[in-house]
Design a protein around this ligand. Sequence first.
Ligand SMILES: [Zn+2]
Length: 212
Amino acid sequence: MMNSALLLIDLQNDFCQNGSLAVPEGDSVIDVANQAITLFQKRKLPIVASQDWHPAEHRSFAANSGTQVGQIGMLNDLPQVWWPVHCVQETIGAEFHPKLHQSAVTKIVRKGQQIDVDSYSAFFDNGRRIKTELDDWLKENHVTRLFVMGLATDYCVKFTVLDALALNYDVTVIIDGCRGVNLQPQDSSNALQVMADKGAKFIMVKQVSTAL
Ligand SMILES: [Zn+2]
């Protein structure tokens, strides 16, 4: 019997409609998240939410690096997509979507606080130099299986799932709970393919209750 947890990726205002880095149809996953939350709550299983949490001077922001939004450059020796200012600590944009049942969230994991490195994964920064508290927290709570969903498929969901697999978690992606940025039209489908190649399984939220 594997101990499961729900892992909700970056369900924050700036990634939803009218946010500064709005993911197309981003809002539509909030209902899916709430359905999944209800299932995990009923079984008293942990619900973890990651939160992109940048200082205002974060250098992944094009405005702070003298670059153009959507283009790619280098930051601290790592390839970096330049983003609009988003998810700045203590701003409304960084808050969870108001319709998310966040009172049910057991644990919040924040990422992206270091100004010179981005952090797509909820486990590590993009240089894999600094670990968040997520892996330790999951191990302390004897979690071996993760159900992952959120924003965005081609960045934070993808890198979180790949790190989870590398850390030997059993990973299932709730596919209707994910939406992508798609700077290139195939980015999300390519991301899903990479996740599948590394061992991720896919499921729809309506199938979660029988999979738990
Ligand atoms: Zn960010």
